[in-house]
Write a protein that binds this ligand. Structure first.
Ligand code: UD1
Ligand code: CA
Length: 502
């Protein structure tokens, strides 16, 4: 992961449990997909939150699910199989959700970190700092806050004259004076489990939304004289929530900026950060160049000094050192060092280019090993095959791998030269050093060193145009040519030059 955080100043003690609130409908997304499953930078929002919290070493991770629970649980099983989904039957508010979570881990007594599931920019560093501050203050309830320019829609942090936190007031319930406060609730809290259980049990619903607000836990604790704290996040971007598609786009942009900053600091040239999108799961080596319109997704890795783009999408693809990929789309491919791909190549899963190989313009490849120094330069489909070293696949070659029922493999030996427009009807093997004639349909194996010719001999019907197309410009051109030469050309039955490697 490129987005490595420097260690937090003071090491925080581990938390007993992490609780992620993810049961809300996310109405404002206007989506059939639960809000926390919307993705940015290569992970779901939920995935980002869990990744930020993972290094805290919690004994248990509980995810409160409700709306779209089947989808959320399925996703959770994939990305965090040890996390425990807990069902909140009815979405009665964030306070109710936290109570449901704590009821699922009744034995836990230490500090519990509670995080809104829609905070995809949270970092481990910020969470660590929050837990450390909670611990240092001997607090029973600590809320993470941020100073923001535009607090619209967020809970406001009300402090007394001495700066001690007093209450968190939701915007809908706030007075005009409270609305002017620019310190907001991040939706991230650390609390002593036992204390929190007791205070959540007493939450009322006398607010604008008629919900049990987790935010209402603070005021009664303050009133009872319990030690509480409010910690301002160093980077206000960390705590930005995500409630609708416009916020999703903005968070995605911020996350991407962070990833690109990190890459540029580590020695990667990003020609146009505005049009370059890199997932948090991608790694890029030093002196690599990412040109405009590049998208790097999933577990893609780019070797040192490789060049990618412009206008290239790589998903789960490995690019070796010094390789180049231009205007191409690659999924699950391995591109060896110093190899070149594109422009306009489509590499599908299982494509593996060794070093110094070439896949050129308008070539689609799938499930194929291309050996060291071999070339597929133009206009070909190459699938289910092994190609040896130093081979050249002529323009417009098709690896005919599918008989309508089963896929079959083609094997091409070392230093083979496949002529242009060859159909290789699999299963078939072309031996080391063999050639095929241009335009051949190869249906049986070619021994090493042979020239395979599999096409109808050419027949020239002399004078056909004069007889059948008289009066046309073609006939006139032919007549003029005939008058300049002694006789029409002879028929030719020998194959012409067998391959083309222009
Ligand atoms: C919440 C905070 C607000 C804070 C903001 C930060 C409350 C009452 N308000 O507002 O002070 O500034 O986050 O982004 O908490 N959820 C459940 N079950 C429910 C209701 C909510 O699991 O019954 C979950 C949601 O999935 C979400 C989180 O709790 O992840 C917060 O709920 P949301 O509706 O997004 O609260 P906000 O209005 O954003
Ligand atoms: Ca929210």
């Amino acid at each position: 992961m490129p987005h490595v955080q420097p260690a937090a100043p003071a090491p925080a003690p581990p938390v007993a449990a992490v609780v992620v609130l993810a049961a809300g409908q996310g109405t404002r997304m206007r989506s059939s997909r639960p809000k926390v499953l919307h993705a940015l930078g290569g992970r779901s929002m939920l995935g980002h939150v869990l990744a930020a919290a993972a290094p805290l070493g919690a004994g248990a991770t509980v995810v409160v699910v409700g709306s779209g629970r089947d989808q959320v649980e399925q996703h959770l099983a994939q990305i965090a199989p040890t996390a425990v989904p807990v069902l909140q039957e009815e979405q009665l508010g964030s306070g109710h959700a936290a109570a449901v979570a704590l009821a699922a881990v009744p034995d836990i007594e230490g500090a519990v970190l509670i995080v809104n599931g829609d905070s995809p920019l949270l970092t481990t560093r910020t969470l660590d700092a929050l837990v450390a501050a909670h611990d240092a203050a001997g607090s029973v309830f600590t809320v993470l806050t941020a100073e923001v320019d535009d607090p619209t829609g967020l809970g406001r942090i009300v402090r007394d004259e001495r700066g001690a936190p007093q209450a968190i007031i939701e915007e809908r319930d706030a007075t005009a004076e409270q609305r002017a406060i620019r310190e907001v609730n991040a939706g991230v809290y650390v609390a002593a489990a036992g204390t929190l259980r007791r205070v959540l049990a007493g939450l009322a619903t006398d607010n604008a939304q008629g919900e049990q607000y987790l935010t209402d836990a603070l005021a009664p604790l303050v009133a009872a004289g319990a030690p509480t704290a409010a910690v301002v996040a160093e980077d206000p971007d960390d705590v930005l929530g995500c409630n609708d598609r416009r916020e999703l786009a903005a968070r995605r942009r911020t996350l991407n900026d962070r990833v690109l900053d990190e890459l540029m600091r580590s020695g990667v040239t990003v020609v146009d950060p505005a049009t370059t999108w890199v997932d948090v799961t991608v790694s890029v080596g030093p002196d690599a160049v990412l040109r405009p319109g590049t998208q790097l997704e999933g577990v893609t890795s780019i070797g040192a000094a490789a060049e990618v783009g412009p206008d290239t999408t790589l998903v789960d693809t490995e690019v070796g050192e010094g390789a180049s990929v231009v205007r191409s789309h690659c999924l699950g491919a391995v591109i060896g060092p110093e190899s070149t791909v594109g422009p306009f190549s489509y590499l599908r899963p299982g494509t593996r280019l060794a070093g110094d190989a070439k896949v050129g313009a308008f070539v689609e490849a799938k499930n194929v090993e291309v050996g060291e120094g071999s070339k597929v330069p133009h206009l070909s489909y190459v699938g289910d095959a092994t190609i040896g070293r130093g081979a050249n696949i002529g323009a417009a070659t098709v690896f005919v791998n599918y008989d309508g029922v089963t896929k079959h493999r083609t094997t091409i030996g070392d230093h083979v030269r496949v002529g242009s427009d060859t159909m290789l009807v699999a299963p078939v093997t072309v031996g080391d050093g063999a050639y095929t004639a241009a335009g051949s349909v190869i249906t049986s194996d070619v021994p090493p060193g042979a020239m395979a010719v599999a096409r109808a001999p050419q027949r020239n019907v002399a004078g056909w145009v004069r007889r059948r197309r008289s009066g046309t410009p073609a006939a006139e051109a032919a007549a003029a040519a005939e008058s300049r030469t002694a006789a029409p050309r002879e028929d030719r039955s020998e194959p012409s030059r067998a391959d083309s490697d222009s």
